[in-house]
Design a protein around this ligand. Structure first.
Ligand code: KIV
Length: 402
């Protein structure tokens, strides 16, 4: 992409004749961005053009090549990017801080949007190899998926938790295939880069491997997801294998499996004994063998989750399973403080939006009741002659003709 932006430049150059570089000053630079970390800049100041490439990371450490007298010289230079520009502007008060901040953050978002690429299954596997933590969050509609995607989360899960977070059900088991497909379709319209995983609802994969394959196919063909998730260990390994062999990536789910919560005796930590932990590991290895590309580990002791993660080639994604997993997942409504029925111990709330939303709706209601909304600026005007003509036209329309 091409860009133009203001810069503050301070040169550490010892070359005396390049005076422009000797002290901090503001310049306009234009350039091309190639990849997330590499950019080529042309500085619009004299003498000549200065060609720059730089590695981005907050403050830019760059090299500046100047072309003078047919010779190319390289000088060490510090680029204090927009952030420092903003700081100076703020200190000197020469412009409105808000406007600049907004402009810059929009710009940064645009950069990262343009530079980022769609996450693939291979990227997820690669993250484990590179020991980079995988990020996953649920989303159930287009706006939610847009927000999660924009924040750079690797995987969006359209979880069957939609039953409780959005549809008002008491458990996840009542959500249907059609409802899941509906929410997946909406989320797929909102995501750009994140990998999209659709959660197969209760009884959509348990009846037979054939029916499971048929339903998994519907998630891909009708709802635009990249992969499906299903719960269970050895009992679903044949089913997983059938789906994977048909070319559909599958994410497993072990530990506390909400679809069978009644059998597990409630929302309890799983694999707490040596035997049950061994069984969990065996299940995980079977799922890996069956072709899963990753496995969610829900509510298992951190120690067990870490050992399982070490034994697997595929990544584990923990929820209430400690930091030793290869990634983490939480529910959208939980981290934003939107769901207030209960708060599991493993949830970290990053915002408490519920009271803010209720407040905003209260204000709207108060404004409507007080007739202070809509104000003039929220309405549409009519030209004066049209108004007069209209009034004249309707003079003859009385009660009876209505
Ligand atoms: O449905 C869901 O949201 C999930 C996650 C909690 C892993 O399965």
């Amino acid at each position: 992409m091409y860009f133009i932006e203001p810069r503050i430049v301070y040169s550490s150059s010892s070359e005396k004749n390049v005076k422009q570089n000797r002290s901090a000053a503001a310049f306009l630079s234009a350039g091309i961005m190639r990849g997330r970390f590499l950019r080529y800049d042309i500085f619009l100041f004299k003498p000549g053009f200065h060609f720059v490439f730089s590695a981005r990371s907050g403050i830019m450490l760059s090299c500046l090549f100047s072309i003078k007298n047919d010779a190319v010289s390289c000088q060490g230079i510090f680029f204090c990017t927009c952030r420092i520009f903003v700081l100076l502007v703020r200190l000197t008060g020469v412009a409105r801080w808000d406007a600049i901040q907004q402009h810059l953050s929009e710009k940064m978002i645009n950069y990262s949007k343009l530079m980022s690429k769609k996450i693939s299954i291979l990227d997820i596997l690669e993250k484990k190899n590179c020991k980079q933590s995988i990020t996953m969050l649920t989303a159930y509609d287009s706006i939610g998926a847009t927000l999660v995607d924009e924040a750079g989360i690797d995987i969006i899960l359209v979880g069957d938790s939609v039953a409780m977070t959005m549809l008002g059900h008491e458990s996840t088991n009542t959500v249907t295939m059609e409802e899941m497909l509906h929410h997946c379709r909406a989320a797929s319209r909102g995501r750009t880069n994140s990998l999209l995983v659709g959660d197969m609802p209760f009884m959509s994969y348990q009846v037979s491997p054939t029916e499971a394959l048929h339903n998994a196919g519907r998630f891909i063909k009708e709802a635009g997801v990249d992969a499906v998730k299903l719960e269970g260990g050895r009992e679903v390994s044949e089913t997983v294998n059938g789906i994977v062999n048909a070319g559909i990536p599958v994410m497993g789910h072990l530990g506390l499996t909400p679809q069978t919560v009644t059998r597990l005796g409630g929302y309890k930590v799983q694999a707490k004994t040596a035997d049950s932990a061994k069984r969990l590991l065996e299940d995980a290895l079977l799922l890996q063998k069956a072709g899963c590309f990753s496995i969610v580990l829900e509510m298992v002791p951190a120690f067990v989750a870490e050992e399982v993660s070490k034994k697997l080639k595929i990544p584990t994604i923990g929820i209430g399973a400690g930091v030793g997993c290869d990634g983490q997942v939480l529910v959208f409504h939980d981290i934003l403080g939107l769901f207030d029925h209960f708060k599991p111990k493993f949830v970290k709330q990053y915002a408490n939006l519920r009271p803010q939303i209720v407040d905003a709706i209260h204000s709207y209601r108060a404004d409507v009741e007080a007739r202070s909304f809509p104000a003039q600026e929220h309405g549409f005007d009519m030209e004066e002659p049209e108004k007069q003509a209209f009034l004249k036209n309707i003079q003859d329309i009385d009660e009876d003709t209505r």
